[in-house]
Design a protein around this ligand. Sequence first.
Ligand code: DON
Length: 331
Amino acid sequence: VKRKMVSQVAQQTRTIETDCLEQWIEQYRGESSRGKCAAYIPALKEADPTQLGICVVGPDGQISRAGNYDALFTLQSISKVISFLAACTHHGIASVLEQVDVEPTGDAFDSMVRLEMHKPGRPFNPMINAGAITVSSLLKGNSTQEKFLSFQQMVERMTGRKHQINEDVYRSEWQTANRNRSLAYYLAATGFLACPVEDALDVYIRQCSLEVTAEDIAKIGLILAHDGYDPIRKEQLFGKELARVTKALMVTCGMYNASGNFAAFVGVPAKSGVSGGIMAAVPPRGRSGELPFACGCGIGVYGPAIDQYGNSVAGVALLKHMASTWDLTIY
Ligand code: DON
């Protein structure tokens, strides 16, 4: 009887948006065959590439979920947005931007080619690995534990729950981090690392290994969409200026060297990770009052098969469809 009642309540709270999302998930799940799970971090290769899940959170707390929405995955590069927020909250935006610029590169996320081309070697932006390692080194605290804690607290303030590291992914990345290690040594040599190399790497790899669901990243997206204000818990978590700088970075660099295509065909600030997550922030759009989520929303997508740029193939296809149907673009 109890199970029947629960399912009746679930039926009643099921929205038209959820029905659309379920249908689109099945439509786009097959797109995953055009990509592959990341293999350069061996533990990520273990994921089932056909998973596709989505969660959309609106400012009134309305949640629409579909597909593999409850799968756990690691933040990977999505963590770069949160470490940037945490470092800027601690030092101020201007002082963080003395150490890392806000210009897109058009190169791969782990590229090192531009570091030496432009003296004195300040990383181009906090969304590429080099810039993110610099930002991790700037996190509040004098040890890796304290720095990681300040990152973790920032995540947990936004998602409203505790998160754990996926130890397998952490170990796997630590053992294969030669490229990130070389970036970190280069940054140390040019004066763009605020703590020892191995400490910065440890904090960075820990933040990449934090486990979340699509709903967690949708909540973070919602707070960014509302300029640092959490409309559900009615609390300003960080300043409007920081939210705007961060969203500009997401638009220009969040999807790496596919950011232009994503801006053209989805058109919202977003950040991807190689585990297959995409976090998107959809600000309120005055022009389309009757469309779903016209008052803004956060979107979390998970689909572990990624393309050559490191973005979820099925996730991007699903977001393109949603954006055109629900008129999500900010442009
Ligand atoms: O440092 C790395 O290579 C990974 N921990 C994160 C890279 C990543 O997620 C790039 N995103 N698409």
